[in-house]
Ligand binder design. Sequence first.
Ligand SMILES: [Zn+2]
Length: 247
Amino acid sequence: MQCQQCEENQFTKAGHDRVGRQLYCCSACGRRQTPRSASAFRGYRFPDDVIALAVRWYLRFRLPYADIVELLAERGVHVDPSSVFDWVQRFTPLYKDAARPHRHRVGTCWAVDETYIRLAGHWVYAYRAIDEHGQVIDVYLSETRDTAAATAFFEQAIARTDVRPQRVTTDKAAAYPPALRAVVPEAEHNTGKAEQQAIERDHQHLKRAHAEYAGVPATWVCAGRVQRARLRAQPAGRLLPSGRTNR
Ligand SMILES: [Zn+2]
């Protein structure tokens, strides 16, 4: 532990703060602090573990704030949804920074696709690539879906990662071959269905996430869920195979 004020590291115990944490007094400048004073959790009333867990649930499972509040309440922690919102705003960038060094180095087999998403009221094409480890390499938003957009996407992805793909898988869209010839002529270009499926599955997460930000229920864009919701809404008789009735 190091003093926040003078960088001294000699301390004596100095009672407890209002939530019972041990306080230490700096022997050089007399400033009182806890071991948490130097951390990002400084100033928060709730324990670090509770905040970290709530933010993880939000990022990992995309739970609504109300669900996180309920899960914490089941564990005896009573917190307002606005606090969870504050934690997510504050700690998400820190989680990203902490996770970055643990990423794989960007691979050289890229699967690229574009999807149409609604972002802050505008419909845009989101170009994105994932590598053979399933990591998202880069994302590029464009109002058009053409060779210029695909070219800009590849230029940006290569500039940001400093990696040139050796193999690129795309769908059969006409925009890709000229874009690849212009930016990475040496890369092998595949339009295989199997490779393409991985990134299309990945898009479902993106669409779901963006729908939540835009206030659209996730079920509207996640096809599998729509199907299930429809099944639930059907009267029982309609679920019987065709040709049979529910008499
Ligand atoms: Zn000090």
